[in-house]
Design a protein around this ligand. Structure first.
Ligand SMILES: [Zn+2]
Length: 170
């Protein structure tokens, strides 16, 4: 994936902040700074996602944490452990980057949310147009496609809990 170079980069601590792709991530306020996270005028916006970068990750199969190309398979966090579940923050990650994310992100690392984690091929994550509610524009959600609809219909998909993810890394 091509990196994004800002013509007018945001500033952090009186210096330009380009936030280049790759590992290790820049450390901002003691936390690894994801590639898709915006730097605001007053500091990092960890709860937000830079939409252009997130879209690049989706379209070009890039990692939302480090910004580099993904491998043949990558990992996603899901709203729940089932087909058609929504992909959290709509993009995939390297396994090492997922580890970084669940360690430092209070949302992904919160076991009470019941998120599931699974390894996917690129064709297992698809865009689903959601019907517009009220005056809102239609929204695209990235969802987990059933294995039976992919080119590997016999593949066994494993949904891991946050705790199982920890065990898998040990
Ligand atoms: Zn990565």
């Amino acid at each position: 994936m091509k990196d994004v170079v800002y013509v007018h980069p945001p500033r952090y601590k009186d210096a330009d902040f380009q936030n280049p792709a790759g590992l290790p991530r820049p450390v901002v306020g003691g936390l690894p700074f994801p590639w898709v996270t915006p730097m605001g005028a007053g500091g990092p916006l960890f709860r937000e996602v830079e939409r252009v970068k997130a879209e690049l990750c989706r379209r070009l199969w890039g990692c939302q944490v480090c910004g580099n190309d993904l491998d043949v398979t990558a990992w996603v966090a899901l709203e729940r452990p089932e087909d058609w579940a929504g992909v959290i923050t709509s993009a995939a990650m390297h396994q090492a980057c997922l580890r970084l994310a669940v360690t430092y992100c209070p949302v992904l690392g919160d076991a009470t949310r019941g998120y599931a984690f699974t390894e996917v091929y690129e064709d297992e994550v698809v865009a689903v147009e959601e019907k517009a509610s009220n005056k809102m524009a239609p929204r695209t959600r990235w969802c987990l496609r059933p294995v039976s609809e992919t080119v590997r219909p016999g593949r066994v998909r494993a949904f891991l809990t946050l705790g199982q993810l920890d065990e898998a890394a040990e």
